[in-house]
Design a protein around this ligand. Structure first.
Ligand SMILES: C[S@@+](CC[C@H](N)C(=O)[O-])C[C@H]1O[C@@H](n2cnc3c(N)ncnc32)[C@H](O)[C@@H]1O
Length: 191
């Protein structure tokens, strides 16, 4: 486990942010999601990575641990306590900027992104426009279709899946994580 990730785990415990989804309030991304983000971040040479919803910096820690030396990460969090915790996690990491504010507003001036992890609240109005062509958009907290109850309305219409799979500027896929209980949606901007 990268050292920054361990620091973020401690920060989560300090501010009472759960490492796993509990159904009440926000939680950190899953370790397998973090590892997937790290894998993508490792290819962002000379690039800029963005994140909406830092939390205490758990996903950001995976990203920052893997991104090339000439890459930077801009992550935005609206909750003051979590911002302070994340800034402590990245106190020795000048390539990571933790911004306090509304990601829908703050991310725009840092685009274009090579990788964007959309993980908090309101998203920028045209999020695909914030990617450079070839850049990747990632979204977590998706339940694999076969685990949805038979009568789940998400079987017929799921706004997250529709956004990724119907977007003419994205080539998208769903990645089921090794626990087989959670998925990510990932899209690459083509035009
Ligand atoms: C699921 S958690 C983020 C987890 C984090 N990305 C990680 O990987 O550990 C969502 C976070 O988004 C934040 N949030 C909600 N709305 C936001 C907004 N409009 N701008 C920035 N952050 C927001 C919440 O305060 C919360 O900390």
């Amino acid at each position: 486990m990268p050292g920054l990730v361990l620091r973020a785990e401690l920060a989560a415990a300090e501010v009472g942010m759960p490492l796993r989804r509990t159904g009440t309030g926000p939680s950190c991304c899953l370790p397998d999601a973090g590892r997937f983000l790290a894998m993508l971040a490792a290819g962002c040479t000379g690039g800029t990575i963005g994140e909406s919803g830092t939390g205490v910096g758990y996903g950001a820690a995976w990203i920052a641990s893997a991104m090339p030396a000439d890459c930077r990460l801009v992550t935005v969090e609206s909750d003051e306590t979590r911002v302070a915790a994340a800034r402590r996690v990245f106190a020795d990491e000048p390539r990571v900027e933790v911004i306090h504010g509304d990601a829908a507003v703050e991310l725009i001036s840092h685009a274009p992104f090579d990788l964007l992890f959309a993980d908090g609240g309101r998203q920028p109005p045209d999020i695909v426009e914030l990617l450079r062509v070839g850049g990747r958009l990632v979204c977590d907290d998706v339940t694999p279709m076969e685990l949805l109850p038979a009568d789940s309305p998400f079987r017929l219409s799921d706004p997250k899946r529709e956004f990724f799979f119907r977007n003419p500027r994205l080539v998208a896929t769903e990645v089921v994580l090794p626990d087989r209980r959670n998925s990510l949606l990932v899209g690459t901007r083509t035009v």
